[in-house]
Write a protein that binds this ligand. Structure first.
Ligand SMILES: Nc1ncnc2c1ncn2[C@@H]1O[C@H](COP(=O)(O)OP(=O)(O)OP(=O)(O)O)[C@@H](O)[C@H]1O
Length: 333
């Protein structure tokens, strides 16, 4: 297959495996996010793919060619966008973008890429004259310039503030798609991973906990750990029987059988349309939506995410119902 394919990859430091039998594929032109908490092995994976760290066992294939440890970084056909751009400070924007290109190819390709990342006309600027978002766009243009087999993006938005991060995320996705690039992005931010990628690998302790489309990861997580990691959740212990489970939110539809944990997402909690009664503890506005903290009859506090106008205030009594089925994770014996 062209694109990137990683098979049963094991790598580590001094005999301690950090990546354990990691398997995934990125089809040509696909965008994969590798999502995991700090220390799960994301940087190690990037270092192995880029050729800076040896493979203990397993295989890495790129564009139909196996990248053994004998293939040096510069011959891998891999472009890298580091965390904070890391532009060459003494080179202009055009100099940075053209850095990996042969002299004769530079002019038109640099113009084409600056245009692609929305920075036409910025070629003569120095890196110190760019905003953080612009610097990341230049770093992306530089990585794409030699038409690499895959672009690796290492937490590329981590240094940017929230609003800019969201805007740049959409632009980076559009740029990668317009360039037809195959890309792998690592992040510890679930919103970023689910928001940008075609597929997501959830990495936990160096092993793949789930590899699926973003929506599948969110709506059908393989286990409670993935469910909690990829989004806010309200959980209760419960015993599922015949597709139903009793909770402080009433009897909910679910799958599974026997004792376990019931999980609903805050956006499933609907206010003022029947269900059980609750008291509003607090309302927190986030701009695009709001979180309403509710106290249920048994004293449990749950959070509801409300889009649009919030009609309740702290101290109000309001009914709360659950929209759609609850997730259920049976206790492991
Ligand atoms: N040079 C090293 N020598 C020994 N152990 C290391 C080395 N680099 C990383 N590790 C260990 O390998 C594990 C994975 O580290 P890695 O940097 O790949 O995680 P990460 O997911 O990228 O974390 P972060 O999000 O914090 O950057 C950690 O337990 C870390 O302590």
């Amino acid at each position: 297959m062209s694109g990137l394919s990683v098979k049963r990859l094991v790598a580590g430091y001094g005999g301690d495996p950090v990546l354990r039998e990691v398997d995934f594929e990125v089809p040509e032109g696909g965008l994969l996010a590798v999502l995991g908490p700090s220390g799960c092995g994301k940087t190690t994976l990037l270092r192995v793919l880029a050729g800076f760290h040896p493979v203990s066992s397993g295989e890495v294939w790129l564009g139909g060619r196996q990248l053994t440890s004998a293939v040096p970084p510069e011959q891998r056909g891999i472009g890298i966008v580091p965390q904070e751009g890391a532009l060459f400070p003494h080179l202009t924007v055009a100099g940075n973008v053209g850095f990996g290109l042969r002299r004769g190819d530079r002019g038109s390709r640099v113009e084409e890429l600056l245009d692609l990342v929305g920075l036409a006309g910025f070629g003569a600027r120095m890196p110190a004259e760019l905003s953080g978002g612009q610097a990341q766009r230049v770093a992306l243009a530089r990585a794409l310039a030699p038409r690499p087999g895959v672009v690796l993006l290492d937490e590329p938005f981590s240094a940017l503030d929230a609003g800019l991060r969201e805007e740049l995320r959409a632009d980076v996705r559009a740029t990668l798609k317009a360039a037809g690039a195959t890309a792998l992005l690592v992040t510890h931010d679930q919103e970023e991973a689910l928001g940008i990628a075609d597929h997501v690998v959830v990495l936990r302790d160096g092993a793949v906990a789930q590899f699926a489309r973003p929506q599948t990861i969110y709506t059908s997580p393989t286990d409670l750990g993935v469910a909690l990691f990829v989004g806010e959740a309200v959980t209760f212990p419960g015993v599922a029987r015949s597709g139903l489970v009793a909770t402080p939110l009433g009897e909910l539809r679910t799958s599974g059988d026997g004792p376990g944990t019931v999980l609903v997402r805050p956006e499933q909690l609907i206010l003022g349309s029947g269900g059980v009664m609750s008291t509003v503890d607090d309302v927190r506005f986030h701009g695009h939506d709001a979180t309403v903290l509710l106290r249920l009859a048994d004293g449990t506090q749950v959070r509801s995410r409300v889009q649009g106008r919030v009609e309740v205030r702290a101290g109000d009594s309001v009914s709360v119902s659950v929209d759609g089925p609850a997730l259920f994770f049976g206790d492991t014996p």
